[in-house]
Design a protein around this ligand. Structure first.
Ligand code: HEC
Length: 69
């Protein structure tokens, strides 16, 4: 995908907090494992209508706040 885009975790947190609670409660990055996030996030990025850079920011935020595994 947009593997060359560098994510900004601070922007990612803002985008996450603003865009990911519209259809359900705001999840927590630490709520799911890395593999669960990888399965779920692409669809949710589409749901939230985010562009490639915003997606990279959110990924960075989630990756820096994951539970350990
Ligand atoms: C347009 C509505 C909508 C938006 C916006 C949205 N989601 Fe979701 N989300 C859903 C629906 C519907 C489900 C439950 C069904 C499913 O899993 O597809 C869900 C489920 C989830 C789950 C649960 C997965 C699980 O394993 O139980 C997570 C985590 C999640 N969303 C994260 C996000 C994140 C992060 C964002 C922001 C990037 C986001 N969502 C934005 C509709 C949305």
């Amino acid at each position: 995908m947009e593997a060359d885009l560098k994510g900004d975790p601070v922007k990612g947190k803002q985008l996450f907090s603003a865009g990911c609670k519209r259809c359900h409660g705001l999840p927590e990055a630490g709520q799911f494992t890395r593999s669960r996030w990888e399965a779920v996030l692409p669809g949710m990025i589409r749901n939230a209508g985010l562009d490639g850079q915003e997606a990279a920011d959110i990924r960075e935020y989630i990756n820096t706040n994951l539970i350990k595994n």
